[in-house]
Design a protein around this ligand. Structure first.
Ligand code: PEP
Length: 255
């Protein structure tokens, strides 16, 4: 198996943007623009937008995801959302371990792992984010860190469950900054992630896993990034809030 036979997935991450009515309007605008996609198209939206997004996306090729999930099944965790709740609401994907969650909300490699297991056990597809800070890159820790984060996130995930895992390499210095990794840096980072999967599960399995790049991917740079052998799609923040730009990225991934 190689890039041509791995699933290419373009996923938007709306972060804390769009009210339910705005979500509906944006998806309605996007639907015809991505209808011919030759890749999977996902929009990960705020919890409050999920119902409106699913309704708006009905009958289209757009799948809806959430941006986080709690690791406990239920209980006294005010403000949290469980995997079963997401599943019943019709969510198919969930972003886990985004660097903004790690940076602002105390997410650790251990909780990323617990959330990943909870999502998979509930039948959701997990988009697990890993990535180094600029300081870590400059100190030469990128490979070590990406492999560590990847293996930690996948602890106790079975080979079978791995089919429902997408890993997004998102260099922290490139997220929301307008600074994009070069095509080669993205390919290299994604390659480290794939190598970590190979060390844990074997090379054959690693060849089947979708590894996205994320970090200021946009309508202009998507084609170059997506042309790289280890880049099986993208996790898109800012550009997923603009129908036209997002659709250009989807088209670049469909070539
Ligand atoms: C993201 O939120 O995962 C992301 C990559 O954001 P942006 O595309 O805005 O850098």
């Amino acid at each position: 198996m190689n890039k041509a036979t791995r699933k290419t997935v373009i996923a938007g991450n709306w972060k804390m943007n769009k009210t339910p009515s705005e979500a509906k309007a944006l998806i309605t605008e996007m639907k015809p623009l991505v209808a011919d996609a030759d890749c999977d198209v996902v929009l990960c939206v705020p919890f409050i937008d999920i119902a409106a997004a699913i309704e708006a996306a009905e009958g289209s090729n757009i799948k809806i995801g959430a941006e986080n999930v709690h690791f406990k099944a239920s209980g006294a965790y005010t403000g949290e959302i469980s995997a079963d709740m997401l599943k019943e609401a019709g969510v198919e994907y969930v972003v886990i371990g985004h660097s903004e969650r790690r940076q602002y909300f105390g997410e650790t490699d251990q909780t990323v792992n617990l959330r990943t297991l909870a999502a998979l056990n509930a039948g959701l597809k997990a988009i697990v984010c890993v990535g180094e800070t600029l300081e870590q890159r400059e100190l030469g820790y990128t490979e070590t860190l990406l492999k560590y984060q990847t293996k930690m996130a996948l602890t106790n995930v079975t080979k079978e469950q791995l089919a429902n895992v997408i890993i997004a390499y998102e260099p922290v210095w490139a997220i929301g900054t307008g600074v994009t990794a070069t095509d080669d840096q993205a390919d290299e980072g994604n390659g480290y992630v794939r190598a970590a999967v190979a060390e844990a599960y074997g090379a054959d399995v690693a060849e089947t896993v979708t590894v996205q790049y994320g970090g200021s991917m946009n309508a202009k740079n998507a084609e170059g990034l997506l042309s790289k052998v280890n880049v099986d799609g993208g996790l898109i923040g800012g550009a997923s809030l603009k129908a036209e730009d997002f659709s250009i990225i989807v088209k670049a991934a469909s070539k």
